[in-house]
Design a binder for this molecule. Sequence first.
Ligand SMILES: NC(=O)c1ccc[n+]([C@@H]2O[C@H](COP(=O)([O-])OP(=O)(O)OC[C@H]3O[C@@H](n4cnc5c(N)ncnc54)[C@H](O)[C@@H]3O)[C@@H](O)[C@H]2O)c1
Length: 406
Amino acid sequence: MRTEASTTAAPAAAPRTRRRIGVGVIGFGWLGQAHSRSLQRIGTLFPERGFDAELVICSDPVPARVEDAVGSFGFARGEQDWRRVMDDPAVDVVYIAAPNMVHVEMVEAAAQAGKHVFCEKPVGGTPEQTVRAERAARRAGVTSGVGYNYRWAPLVRYARELIATGELGEITNYRGRFFSMYGSDPLGLLSWRFKLDEGGHGVTSDLLSHSVDLAHMLLGPITRVVGTTATFITERPVALPGAGHYGRGAPGDPTGPVTNEDYAGMLCEFASGARGSFESSRTIIGPESQMAFDVHGTRGAAAWNLEKLNELQLYRLTDDLGSGYTTVFGGDRFPYHGHFVPGSANGIGFEDLVVIEDYEFCRSIAEERPHAPGFAEAVEWVSVQAALLKSVQTGRWEPVVSLRED
Ligand SMILES: NC(=O)c1ccc[n+]([C@@H]2O[C@H](COP(=O)([O-])OP(=O)(O)OC[C@H]3O[C@@H](n4cnc5c(N)ncnc54)[C@H](O)[C@@H]3O)[C@@H](O)[C@H]2O)c1
């Protein structure tokens, strides 16, 4: 089986010189820690890299997190004030993994300081903020990256190749879903994600953004949408600062209001002519982390689901109609997989996708070439989000008007 860039476990030749990339990380929760670990793992997994990432400074308002960053992760120093990251001349790249509504001022400060910037999705909590972030990076001439990590899954890359080469025929239908149970327990804490002023929009920003970004990569732009949103759990136990994504309160704890949406559903049309549907929920019961798609063409179909990251369901139309889906197992014949484990059906995991993402972002910087997905791709998603939110207000189909300025 040939793939776009098959990799094997055979070590590649190391370059004679490597560029040093000093990294500052802002926000040291789930994803701040995941990127910090991942940047350190690149050295042992990608011998052909042309750079060495160095953990210079970490910032988080919670002192215990800063201590952990220095004491356990090996950052040279830590600060509670994120502006110190921008002042540090040893920092070439800023990684932003703080709550969404503070992204844009951090991106603007990083760009002004001439630092390259990787911001976790969705880059700001509103479409306007994402547009501002893209403008700041473009005008400063710095490279941007965004954490749409599912793009890098080896079997998703393979699906993209099957679509791009016409193996599935002309694509007619696409279904994207991101169902997570992280908010399904009413005692789940009122973390920043459930608040408009800290997280920005709710599940559209948090989960649907991933689904639509992936569809953009696989099928191209969306031209019009009609949709609906809902908030099913309207009050939650109040959280202390730094409380985790999956934290839980107790019955009788003080509660506060949820101020953004738990659910979003959307029908759409792609520029290619394909028709699509998307659903996202953070309060659904059953699917625990289904970031998934089904794509159907005139000659075949493919389906992938994060819950089974190392499997792709593939249907190839043959003369014998009704052959059924077959399971393709992940393995080192697919892009990147062999960097982690050799052979076939030896699985990789969620954080390995973050390693690939960080490797490709730092590689773009070291090679001084444009990077995707960057903030321009983040603006493609918020253009769809703006149309969806408008449709929720009007109750009608709405055109997707590109918010890109470049
Ligand atoms: N790509 C993915 O799969 C993925 C998964 C989870 C989260 N994310 C994104 O990563 C970002 C962080 O999410 P998380 O789950 O890691 O959240 P988290 O709550 O686990 O961590 C956020 C951290 O930011 C810190 N923080 C809060 N305000 C800050 C400020 N002003 N300056 C610096 N730090 C601040 C908090 O103390 C906390 O340690 C969000 O944008 C989220 O959308 C992406």
